[in-house]
Design a binder for this molecule. Structure first.
Ligand code: PMP
Length: 422
């Protein structure tokens, strides 16, 4: 397999090539948001410069062009996911809104007291809270698939939790906090065997490997543009056509109707029924450009590149005394989470000390407080890799962490304090 030309890739990212500080930017936070290549920035700017108008129903050519670009973006997303039909791909604000849409429409229409929604310990708050909200209004209850100490789902426990009461299984394909890659195909097949539907949160997967919603047999699949080298404020909800057609609308308003009178409204068909109001047109255009870009490089190649960085980072961080990696699943994406306990250094202090060296990582609970509780920590420091990262950046991270630890040790010896403030 030909290796990626990382330098040629980096040259396409203005933020990496025009440093605003006096030191180069070492960006290790792609799991939060990826940076955008020039072609995505240009696609959005070109749209605004030459093609912008509100879509649908415009009597003029400019509006028809904007409509065509927006609908072409939907077709691009459908090919990216291998959806059977573009109308199965709805534009949303992102993963969070996609999950809330399913919970609010499918959930409220279908859940009853005694029904169960199955999520996992690895979920992001956006795949927990919407289900708690719909459980509270419908009387359904939430059950949780446990994990083992490595951060892998306990699949035996999952099988025991599945029952005819299970109506929906909602799990992520990759954990944002630990990087665990979950066997979502297997999880889906087993859920279907008891008659449950499956929602897959692909936020942390789509930029790291190919996705085929039909091969997965996913009922719903969701992701965000800003983790796929695209703009913020745009995301996707894929749903099987017959399911989406059976669901009541989400928001009411313009564009989602067929006929409105004060007495009664009939709703539009797919996809408009779920896209009330003026959508993020330029976001959809930018997302399509981002998909073209990642596919021109190849998702297999991107994934392999990140695996090499993950391997290197895991090896280097494991050598640092007093540092513990959280999440050691066998199948992981390019995410490393850790804590430093000897001497104890608060994760926010780690992040701040790295920032002084131009290294961007994320610290905190990663919107996964129940997972943090399970791991018996309040937060972790997390580095995550994208297509533009290089081995020397991983090395810089490891060097910096060694220095931070050495300076914390010196400080502790000098002051005798139990917690070190860097
Ligand atoms: N799920 C996972 C696994 C995530 O990593 C994220 C973003 N951190 C989300 C959901 C929420 O995505 P967004 O903020 O784009 O809606």
């Amino acid at each position: 397999r030909p290796a990626l030309d990382v330098e040629a890739i980096r040259a396409q990212f203005p933020i990496l090539t025009t440093p605003t500080d006096d030191q180069p930017l070492i960006y290790l936070d792609s799991a939060a948001s990826t940076q955008q290549p020039e072609c995505v920035i240009d696609a959005v700017a070109d749209y605004h410069r030459g093609h912008h108008a509100n879509i649908h129903r415009g009597a003029y050519r400019l509006s028809r062009t904007a409509t065509r670009m927006y609908e072409a973006a939907r077709e691009r997303v459908a090919r990216f996911l291998n959806a059977a039909d573009p109308v199965e791909c709805l534009f949303t604000r992102g993963t969070t809104e996609s999950i809330n849409l399913v919970a609010a429409t499918w959930g409220r229409a279908n859940l009853q007291p005694g029904d169960e929604i199955l999520i996992s310990t690895l979920e992001h708050h956006s795949n927990i809270v919407p289900w708690q909200m719909v459980a509270a209004t419908t009387g359904a209850c939430l059950r949780v698939i446990p994990i083992d100490d490595a951060g892998d789902l306990d699949l035996d426990a999952y099988r025991r939790l599945l029952s005819p009461r299970t109506r929906l299984v909602a799990v992520n394909q990759v954990s944002n906090a630990l990087g665990t890659i979950n066997p979502v195909g297997e999880i889906t097949a087993e859920a279907h065997a008891v008659g449950a539907l499956v929602l897959i949160d692909g936020a942390q997967w789509v930029a790291h490997g190919p996705t085929d919603v039909q091969a997965l047999d996913a009922d719903f699949y969701v992701f965000s543009g800003h983790k796929l080298y695209g703009p913020t404020g745009i995301g996707v909800l894929y749903g099987k056509r017959r399911l989406l057609e059976s669901m009541p609308p989400y928001q009411g308003g313009g564009d989602m109707i067929e006929r409105v009178t004060f007495e009664h409204t009939t709703y539009a068909g797919l996809p408009n029924r779920f896209e009330a109001g003026t959508p993020h047109i330029s976001g959809a255009v930018g997302l399509a450009a981002a998909i073209d870009w990642v596919e021109s490089i190849g998702l297999e190649a991107i994934g392999a590149h990140e695996q090499a960085l993950l391997h290197q980072a895991t090896g280097r961080l494991a050598q640092i005394p007093g540092l513990t990696i959280k999440g050691t699943a066998r199948h992981k994406s390019g995410v490393v989470s850790w804590v430093m306990n000897d001497p104890p250094i608060a994760t926010l202090d780690i992040g701040t000390a790295l920032d002084l060296r131009g290294i961007c990582i994320r610290t905190g609970h990663h919107c996964c407080q129940p997972l943090m509780d399970r791991l018996d920590v309040t937060s972790t420091a997390r580095a995550s890799f994208g297509v533009y990262n290089r081995p020397d950046e991983v090395e810089a991270l490891a060097e910096a962490l060694s220095e931070i630890r050495a300076s914390a040790s010196r400080q502790r010896h000098a002051s005798g304090a139990s917690q070190v403030t860097l």
